[in-house]
Design a protein around this ligand. Structure first.
Ligand code: BEZ
Length: 211
């Protein structure tokens, strides 16, 4: 069954390039990004994993642990890691899960048979510290992901989890935000002492509160 926003991220135990991983235990109180790629030794996947390795400090800064996955066996992952280092100029610095029996990819509905019967699509799951799924995105095999966008969404998820705000179209960390419509003006005065601009009663713009 498909995993929906707000569902608990299914727990699992799987082998990875960094040893055995039990998802919930591994994440602890961190956020998590679990993402699948279709196949080892393929060009788009190679560039994606190199990019995620380069962005690791950005994920660390946000207290996010990253996990990649494909249905390839661990031996293939270990051989491919050398190619990633050679061609992308960076060592793989996060675990790559092996899923040859498709246990995890089935649990997370990462194989879409009408796209490809055997390979995982490019799924992304962002998991909160409460182990609930906060974001799902699915890309086809032919399109590499934009991991800067994943970081942007994580900034929004972490901000909106702690403040009564939502983020507008194309928002980036540091830009103005929207006061959630469910908050009355009276309550907003206490939470946003710097005030806000009321464009419409339902559209109130304020400075990002955690800056
Ligand atoms: C790739 O990563 O380049 C790729 C993988 C599977 C199908 C198509 C492209």
């Amino acid at each position: 069954m498909a995993i929906r926003l707000g569902d608990e991220a299914p727990d699992f135990t799987a082998e990875s390039t960094a040893g055995t991983i039990k998802l919930h235990e591994y994440l602890g109180s961190s956020w998590g990004v679990l993402f699948s790629h279709p196949k080892d030794f393929t060009p788009v996947c190679t560039t994606e994993l190199g990019e995620v390795a380069k962005l690791k400090p950005e994920f660390d800064k946000r207290n996010v642990k990253v996990l990649g996955l494909s249905v390839d066996p661990l031996d293939d992952h270990k051989r491919w890691v050398g190619d990633i280092a050679e061609t992308q100029g960076t060592a793989l610095n996060f675990p790559l899960l092996a899923d040859p029996d498709r246990k995890v990819s089935t649990l997370y509905d990462m194989i879409h048979p009408n796209a490809n019967n055997t390979l995982t699509v490019r799924s992304v799951f962002v998991i909160g510290p409460d182990k609930k799924v906060k974001l799902t995105i699915t890309y086809p095999a032919s399109t590499g992901r934009n991991f800067a966008e994943i970081l942007r969404v994580i900034d929004s998820l972490q901000l909106t989890a702690n403040h009564s705000v939502a983020t507008p179209v194309n928002w980036k960390d540091g830009e103005d935000v929207i006061i959630v419509p469910s908050l009355s003006n009276e309550d907003a005065k206490a939470k946003f002492p710097g005030g806000w601009k009321e464009v419409k009663p339902y559209l109130r713009i304020t400075k990002q509160p955690n800056k």
